[in-house]
Design a protein around this ligand. Structure first.
Ligand code: AQP
Length: 330
């Protein structure tokens, strides 16, 4: 059975981009592969976080994994910092990663631009991400398009180490949906920027936004010139993005949406889109509420930690021995 690893960082509220670009695929994959999904809290610390927010969001992401349909009986769900091998392998891989490689990372350039104090953690975060994946010898990594470059780096690091020390790490394959299938959901107030946790909340639909907030955000979403609804990423980026959201939340094809709303104008389309998104999120929000019962998600995470650590510790030990590190007896 193939093994799948992916993670989401608790740096903000989970949004529709995270769901449509990543979590939805996690749910599908759990039926055909051995899946390991992490709340990658150490990644969130690459930019300043309020401790209370970080704590709450870490547990919330785990709850939302389950609420979105990840079944803890099928998939392993755990918090990254609960398995210390991530930080340890991160350090070791950093010794095999070149400064120039990290300097080329687009996400680093975007997130550090205009900042006075940029942490070295933000710079080396792709190395920790490589450690997350390589520890589990994952075959496949389902992510949104924005993570493509980081996955390529992971593959380069794994190949470099395997060339020197023999086959230690599995070289993972990315699993990235095309843009029209949710690989890159764009912001509602700027269709040229991706929807993101750290973007303006006006452009982002959080998975836990109440229905009236969702309706208001969709009503205020920017549109393109003209009034026809059809899919054209280049000339109609805003409407195309809204159509992708409609299609993925309802299961209806882009063609059928264009047929129905082609000439109704943007107002009718947006009103129906709000209903579709609210209906898609309603069961998730309901299940999330059930999972706020004290101790419930903590038990899932403890079981996940145990299963994840068993795999991760073994991979780390194998690599340490290959490197010549004196590994203490267990
Ligand atoms: N807009 C998006 N469309 C499709 N997929 C997306 N993902 C994120 N945004 C979109 C995918 O969600 C997974 C989790 O992302 P992450 O939290 O690890 O990192 P990120 O991509 O940097 O997340 P955000 O939400 O954009 O947060 P900020 O604004 O803090 O950077 C990944 O698979 C990602 O591809």
């Amino acid at each position: 059975m193939e093994r799948v690893f992916s993670g989401i960082k608790p740096s903000g509220e989970l949004h529709l981009g995270n769901y449509l670009g990543a979590i939805r695929n996690f749910v599908d994959l759990q039926n055909t592969a051995e899946c390991i999904f992490s709340v990658v809290d150490l990644h969130a610390l690459t930019v300043p976080q309020e401790p209370d927010d970080l704590h709450r969001r870490t547990l919330d992401i785990a709850r939302l994994y389950v609420a979105c349909g990840i079944d803890p009986a099928k998939a392993t769900i755990f918090v990254q910092s609960h398995v210390s091998a991530h930080a340890e392998l991160g350090w070791l891989l950093g010794c095999f990663t070149y400064f120039g490689e990290l300097r080329r990372m687009t996400q680093f350039k975007e997130k550090s631009e205009g900042q006075v104090n940029v942490s070295s953690g933000l710079f080396t975060y792709p190395v920790l991400m490589a450690a997350d994946i390589l520890l589990y010898n994952a075959d496949k990594v389902p992510v949104g398009e924005d993570q493509k470059q980081h996955l390529e780096l992971t593959r380069d690091i794994a190949q470099r180490i395997n060339n020197r020390f023999g086959e230690i790490f599995k070289v993972p394959e990315p699993y990235i949906p095309p843009k029209s299938a949710g690989g890159r959901i764009m912001s509602l107030d700027d269709p040229l920027r991706k929807m993101g946790k750290s973007e303006d909340p006006k452009g982002t639909i959080a998975l836990l936004d109440p229905p009236d907030v969702i309706a208001k955000k969709i009503r205020s979403a920017v549109t393109d010139s003209g009034r026809e609804v059809y899919y054209d990423e280049e000339n109609k980026p805003a409407i195309s993005n809204l159509m992708v959201i409609y299609s993925l939340c309802s299961g209806e094809s882009l063609e059928s949406i264009a047929d129905r709303y082609g000439s109704t104008g943007y107002g009718v389309f947006k009103k129906d889109l709000a209903d579709v998104v609210i209906s898609a999120l309603e069961p998730i929000q309901k299940r999330y509420q059930e999972l706020t019962e004290p101790g419930r998600i903590e038990a899932v995470l403890e079981e996940g930690r145990r299963k994840a650590a068993a795999i991760a510790d073994e991979t780390l030990r194998t690599f340490q021995e290959k490197l010549g590190i004196v590994v203490p007896k267990a």
